[in-house]
Design a protein around this ligand. Sequence first.
Ligand SMILES: Nc1ncnc2c1ncn2[C@@H]1O[C@H](COP(=O)(O)OP(=O)(O)OP(=O)(O)O)[C@@H](O)[C@H]1O
Length: 311
Amino acid sequence: FEPVSVGIAIGAVSLTGYLSYSDWYCRFTECCREDRPLNASALKLDLEEKLFGQHLATEVILKALTGFRNNKNPKKPLTLSLHGWAGTGKNFVSQIVAENLYPKGLKSNFVHLFVSTLHFPHEQKTKLYQDQLQKWIRGNVSACASSVFIFDEMDKLHPGIIDAIKPFLDYYEQVDGISYRKAIFIFLSNAGGDLITKTTLDFWRAGRKREEIQLKDLEPVLSVGVFNNKHSGLWHSGLIDKNLIDYFIPFLPLEYRHVKMCVRAEMRARGAAVDEDIVTRVADEMTFFPKDEKIFSDKGCKTVQSRLDFH
Ligand SMILES: Nc1ncnc2c1ncn2[C@@H]1O[C@H](COP(=O)(O)OP(=O)(O)OP(=O)(O)O)[C@@H](O)[C@H]1O
């Protein structure tokens, strides 16, 4: 036998062996698999089929995630800031994103959800929260570089806590020997929701379709609005003026027709046939604003599930 070809053959066998072993192993236990490319068409289909009335969020999230995951050498972690009125789909989209990155979604060991009022309720404990959060992020990113961190209720988060995560979001190659460049941070907040609603209403009043609203109509209003809003959490945290947020993603207020779509989706999810009478009744029970025109749902699709229980 010729030693070089034997060496290559052994190498090839052990590589395939390793690959099939890791495939086999990952079937039984959850694996980080940070280099696995994102299935962009599956994400696109999910967003287009499940998320109603959010053409901008669909477009930006799809572009941002596929671009980031296809980049073998990102210069910083991906940071998305989702803004909008209550019940418009911010948590829902985070769940879709999580499921497309890790099959277990929000239950994955590599996806971490923080809710300000639940995890960081006391302002006087900021120092403690800062330490705990830094340790948690450091530990989890060193275990899985492509970990996902979702921060809900950013507008209620004490700015000191955001300061604690700031170093991880920056362009550093490594922080204390760990690279954070493959991690994904998603921030959710209601801040800027009033400005998004105003623009959407202006379009409606001008007789223009909401699908005509472009990112450029909202992005400047949004970053300025959020920046000037002292309750936004991002305010004076330096995240914005240091350009650490990659994408501001607006969620538009939902209309009557979208609420109906949510009711239908919920009925299907429960395995029931869609009953249009019930769909109309549930949608009619929701409240809408502004007072005169009654176009947008006050709570988006948020109370649809509980209202459906009554029918
Ligand atoms: N645009 C949407 N398309 C489809 N379903 C939606 C949409 N918005 C909301 N829903 C439904 O309503 C539920 C509540 O919405 P979600 O929790 O995502 O709202 P949110 O924007 O995060 O609100 P909040 O700011 O109050 O936290 C979702 O689980 C989903 O079932």
